[in-house]
Design a protein around this ligand. Structure first.
Ligand SMILES: CCCCCCCC(=O)SCCNC(=O)CCNC(=O)[C@H](O)C(C)(C)COP(=O)(O)OP(=O)(O)OC[C@H]1O[C@@H](n2cnc3c(N)ncnc32)[C@H](O)[C@@H]1OP(=O)(O)O
Length: 166
């Protein structure tokens, strides 16, 4: 019998990395994120924006920064809780980030109580802070994925055949 999708949890990869489902088969982070130093509630990351993620000429796409923050926030909390989802993500884009230049991200757990997590992070580049972000994470409900699979099926169809939000 196939394993329930809710059994899914992010465990260290063969090289010891905590990777999302898309990167796990590659055993490397395609966003260019590597853990540099980890303490209990704080993790420092070395990050390099691959050229594929450029937005303007030579400059990282804002969506890459958002994905990097989402990833590092999960990694900090995953070291404690392997079943998480992002509830909200807020980013201030303060300066552009060049592609292929090392930046540092320091992420810290600000609060953890029950299923609720608050995590924040700063991105730094040569002593400047090009972006800061904060997030709310939730420990997944035991039937989170099964409920998500069931939920769209219950939504009414619109005239063009797509399912309408309710
Ligand atoms: C190593 C790198 C790893 C990278 C990981 C990246 C992390 C991610 O990107 S996760 C993906 C992005 N996040 C998501 O998709 C989360 C989508 N949102 C949700 O599932 C929910 O809003 C969730 C779980 C955050 C809500 O949590 P919480 O605020 O504690 O509220 P909760 O009381 O549980 O639920 C709120 C409402 O949502 C409903 N709900 C909660 N979970 C589900 C679910 N799985 N399916 C359907 N409905 C749900 C509840 O029934 C409730 O409905 P109502 O308001 O009508 O009573």
């Amino acid at each position: 019998m196939p394993e329930s999708p809710d059994a899914f949890a992010i465990e260290p990869s063969p090289s010891g990395r905590l990777l999302c489902g898309g990167c796990a088969p590659h055993d490397s982070c395609r966003l260019g994120v590597e853990i540099a130093d980890a303490q209990d509630d704080k993790v420092r990351f070395d990050v390099i924006c691959p050229p594929l993620w450029h937005g303007g000429p030579g400059v990282a796409h804002g969506g890459w920064k958002a994905a990097v923050f989402d990833d590092v926030f999960s990694v900090v909390a995953l070291r404690v809780e392997p079943r998480l989802v992002t509830k909200s993500l807020s980013i201030s884009y303060l300066r552009p980030v060049p592609v292929e230049r090392p930046v540092e991200v320091l992420a810290r757990i600000d609060r953890h109580a029950g299923r609720q997590w608050k995590v924040s992070a700063d991105m730094t580049l040569a002593g400047m802070v090009p972006a800061i972000a904060r997030t709310e994470l939730r420990t997944r409900h035991p039937h989170h994925v099964a409920r998500h699979e069931a939920w769209p099926a219950r939504q009414p169809m619109s005239h063009n055949g797509s399912r309408a939000e309710s």
